[in-house]
Structure formats: structure tokens, C-alpha cells
Design a protein around this ligand. Structure first.
Ligand code: FDP
Length: 326
């Protein structure tokens, strides 16, 4: 019989090697419980009628799928039960969610079901999260943290049974579920330097709405790489981590209907862009916004702030960053 290292053993080793407490293990256990629970609802959702529209709109003005609400509620339940979270920010809640202001140690920023256009089809969606730690040396003002101040970030691609976690200054690892539904077998993720494997990922339906310099860059470079787009950030980024290349969601500035322009991009900084940028950095890559500024340096001013995103292999992101700066 062959036993793979479990996620818990992996994290225990990591915490002990770095002389850390076990609080973070308890938090991660809560997030994994939430993800497994969400996955279960997602897998059985069509039968239970959970994949339909809930009939209201969320804070971004989009339709809320019933699954989005279920995923949000499951996650908040487990975060609360962990006792380790000061407050959380969720895509599904306009306001910051206070949890344990006195005893909590971490801030959790999450999108419990990202890629909602895939939901009615039962295709892959993401559960993305970033974690920051309270100031242990003095008073905590609870300010919104930039990605460079996260201590960890990760994503579950649901319902594929994969989990990717990045730990600050330590690396990025991918886990798969075994026959007992445990996440096992940490695989270090390092972006491939083999340009033959690199992929480009963006929504081609939007390409003529991008800034002219971005459109020109695409025209000059797209034939060099394989093109893939799923429409779920977690799924698309999962591939980039495995194969290298670049995922981008540029600013929309040339839409024929100017009201549909999105000069600040579409993706949310705190629980989408910073999360994948953090995982990418720990895997040897990088990420920038529409001005070429590193995503991890962007200081959020409000919880649901949007940003354009270019994330992936350093040479590719660096190349487009030069165009964006220019
Ligand atoms: P969705 O709106 O379907 O929830 O920000 C959310 C997100 O999905 C990302 O997961 C995905 O990468 C992107 O938006 C897809 O947007 P487009 O439909 O415009 O391609």
C-alpha cells in the first residue's frame, strides 16, 4: 500500500519547521471543510435544483446564483466555527463581515464561487481566498491589506478535487483528493520556462474593447502560444500555473457602448486578482494591473475594488507591462 502525505501533515511540518503556532492549521481546516461542503452541493446541485438563479442581484449588480449563496453561507459557518477569524470579506456580501474581533487572528478575503457563467452547466468554478494576519505587535486597525501583506492565498477548483495553496516566501503547492476525500500529495508548482508549453488566456469576445496598445500586443504575440479560455479565473489560472504563459483580463476602454466600458477592469482585487498574483509570485511568476503596477502592491481602498489583471510567466507579463507603461 502506498500512502501519500496529507495536507494536514504537510502543513504541520511547515508550521513546525518555521516555529509557528497551530492557529493557521485550524483556519485551513475550516476552509477545507467549507470547500468540501461546497463541492458536495455543486456535484449534486442539478438534482437538488441548486444551480438555478436565486432571482436577486449581488453587490456587483450580477445575478446571484443559488449556489453562490449556499457557498457563501457554508464558508461563513466554518470561518465562524474556527474562532480564528477577525473579519471576512466575501464577494457575496457588500459589507465586511465581523466574526471574532477580540480573539480572531486572521482576515480572510474570499470568493466562494467564482466563474458563475459555468454554474448552470456544472463546469469548473473556483473558491478563491487570501489570508492576512492581525498586527500582533500593537493595536490592530483592521485596514484592508494589499496582496503583498497576505500570508497565504489559495484556490479550490470545484468540482475537480484540486486545491492549490501558496505560503508567503515558501512556495506554491497543488494537492489532489484521494479515495478518502483528503487532500494529499503536495506537488510544488513552479512556472515552466519552456515557452512551447505556454498558453494565453483571455476572453476573445472582448479583444476589440481593450486599449489599442494591448490589442497590438495580442496581434503581435498570440500566434506564438496555445490559446485557452474557460471563463473561470481559478480554472484558467490553474492551467497557467501548470503550463506557464499568461492569463489576462484587461481594462475595457473601447466598448462600442461606452457605458459598458470597465476602465478599472472586471476582476476584484482582494479576493481574485491578489489571490492569483500571490500564488503566481510564489511559483516564480508575476502580475500587474493596467498601468504595469505590480498587483501585489495595489492598496485596496474598498473591499470590492476592481482591477485589470495580467498574471503569469515573468517574461510575458514583463513584456506586456512595458507596453502598458509606455
Ligand atoms: P464570472 O463573472 O462568470 O463569475 O470575476 C468573475 C469571473 O467570472 C472570473 O472567474 C472569470 O475569469 C471572468 O469573470 C469571466 O468574465 P467574462 O465572462 O467577461 O469572460
Amino acid at each position: 500500500m502506498r500512502f501519500e502525505q496529507t495536507f494536514t501533515n504537510f502543513l504541520l511540518d511547515h508550521q513546525e519547521k518555521h516555529n509557528r503556532t497551530y492557529h493557521f492549521l485550524i483556519l485551513m481546516d475550516a476552509l477545507i471543510s467549507a470547500a468540501k461542503h461546497i463541492e458536495h452541493y455543486y456535484l449534486t446541485g442539478a438534482l437538488k435544483g441548486n444551480l438555478g438563479l436565486a432571482g436577486n442581484v449581488n453587490v456587483q449588480g450580477e445575478d446571484v446564483m443559488r449556489m453562490d449563496q449556499i457557498a457563501h453561507e457554508i464558508t461563513i459557518h466554518y470561518l465562524r466555527a474556527s474562532g480564528r477569524v477577525i473579519h471576512a470579506i466575501s464577494e457575496e456580501s457588500e459589507k465586511i463581515i465581523p466574526i471574532n474581533n477580540e480573539g480572531g487572528r486572521y482576515f480572510v478575503y474570499f470568493d466562494p464561487l467564482d466563474g458563475s457563467s459555468n454554474v448552470p452547466h456544472g463546469l469548473p468554478v473556483g473558491f478563491l481566498f487570501g489570508i492576512a494576519k492581525r498586527n500582533l505587535d500593537g493595536p490592530e486597525d483592521g485596514h484592508l491589506r494589499a496582496g503583498k501583506d497576505y500570508i497565504a492565498a489559495g484556490m479550490f477548483v470545484i468540482p475537480t478535487g484540486t486545491f492549490t495553496l501558496a505560503l508567503k516566501d515558501a512556495g506554491t503547492w497543488r494537492f489532489h483528493t484521494d479515495e478518502t476525500m483528503d487532500f494529499v500529495k503536495p506537488i510544488p508548482m513552479i512556472l515552466s520556462e519552456d515557452t512551447k508549453e505556454w498558453e494565453l488566456s483571455f476572453n476573445p469576445a472582448h479583444r476589440h474593447t481593450y486599449a489599442k496598445n494591448v490589442q497590438n500586443w495580442i496581434e503581435q504575440n498570440e500566434r506564438k502560444y496555445v490559446f485557452r479560455y474557460l471563463g473561470s479565473l481559478a480554472g484558467d489560472f490553474h492551467r497557467i500555473l501548470s503550463n506557464g504563459g499568461m492569463f489576462m483580463y484587461p481594462a475595457i476602454v473601447n466598448h462600442p457602448n461606452p457605458e459598458k466600458n470597465r476602465p478599472h477592469g472586471k476582476l476584484r482585487l482582494m479576493y481574485e486578482a491578489s489571490v492569483v498574483a500571490f500564488m503566481c509570485r510564489e511559483a516564480g511568476g508575476t502580475a500587474v494591473d493596467e498601468t504595469g503596477t505590480p498587483t501585489l502592491d495595489l492598496q485596496p481602498k474598498e473591499p470590492h475594488q476592481r482591477t485589470a489583471l495580467y498574471v503569469g510567466s515573468k517574461p510575458l507579463v514583463g513584456d506586456i507591462a512595458q507596453v502598458l507603461h509606455g
